[in-house]
Design a protein around this ligand. Structure first.
Ligand SMILES: CC(C)(COP(=O)(O)OP(=O)(O)OC[C@H]1O[C@@H](n2cnc3c(N)ncnc32)[C@H](O)[C@@H]1OP(=O)(O)O)[C@@H](O)C(=O)NCCC(=O)NCCS
Length: 179
């Protein structure tokens, strides 16, 4: 394992580095990966590099690379964002960029690692996420982790000629500790 930060059964999470840039760029410009994300414009190498560099000193964003332990393969990224230390809220996000690794349960495993860190080490009270209604795969993955639907922003996302709902799901500290 190279520079592990959070270690799970099959995966570990580590900080993103400049060496990860080309891989991240490939994923973030892959229409099949981004069709369920908020991306509207292509991402340049310069933009992606400054996104990675901007997090080095950030206390409000914690992006991490998701690595399969066995092959030491970087398959995606996840993170806690907009970390709010007053209200103790943070937003969770994830992308498994290597599509051939979808359906292996890696997203729930990575989510559990970083969410546990969010509650137990960063002192968060509520961790929430946004997911589009057509992204049933992600909703299923989030349910497995224990996220509970809490609201709907109706028809707020326009995609391929029609509107979709933007769902909000969350987990509270008390629910996490008890689970
Ligand atoms: C969404 C994403 C994170 C899921 O990651 P993953 O590691 O493949 O998740 P899982 O392995 O738990 O598989 C998802 C579950 O959805 C199910 N699923 C797959 N396609 C589905 C579909 N069309 N409808 C409903 N469920 C579906 C799978 O069977 C699996 O459930 P199961 O374990 O009960 O069989 C990953 O596909 C991804 O990164 N997609 C692109 C970016 C993205 O959408 N990020 C999330 C933004 S909110």
């Amino acid at each position: 394992m190279k520079n592990p930060f959070l270690i799970g059964e099959r995966l570990y999470l580590r900080p993103l580095d400049k060496d990860d840039l080309d891989r991240c760029l490939r994923w973030i410009n892959d229409p099949l990966v981004t069709t369920t994300l908020t991306m509207r414009f292509p991402m340049s190498r310069t933009q992606e590099e400054s996104w990675i560099l901007s997090h080095y000193k950030s206390q409000s964003d914690l992006p991490l690379a998701i690595i399969i332990k066995d092959q030491d393969q970087h398959i995606g990224n996840c993170g806690l964002h907009s970390i709010d230390y007053v209200n103790r809220n943070a937003e969770f996000g994830i992308m498994i960029g290597e599509k051939d690794q979808w359906g292996n349960g890696y997203a729930p495993e990575a989510a559990r690692l970083i969410i546990d860190y969010g509650f137990k080490q960063l002192g968060m009270h509520r961790i929430f996420l946004h997911v589009y209604s057509h992204n049933e795969r992600a909703q299923r993955a989030y349910e497995k982790v224990g996220f509970i639907p809490e609201g709907t922003m109706r028809e707020s996302y326009f995609h391929d000629g029609r509107y979709y709902d933007n769902l909000i799901m969350s987990i509270l500290e008390s629910e996490w500790v008890e689970s």
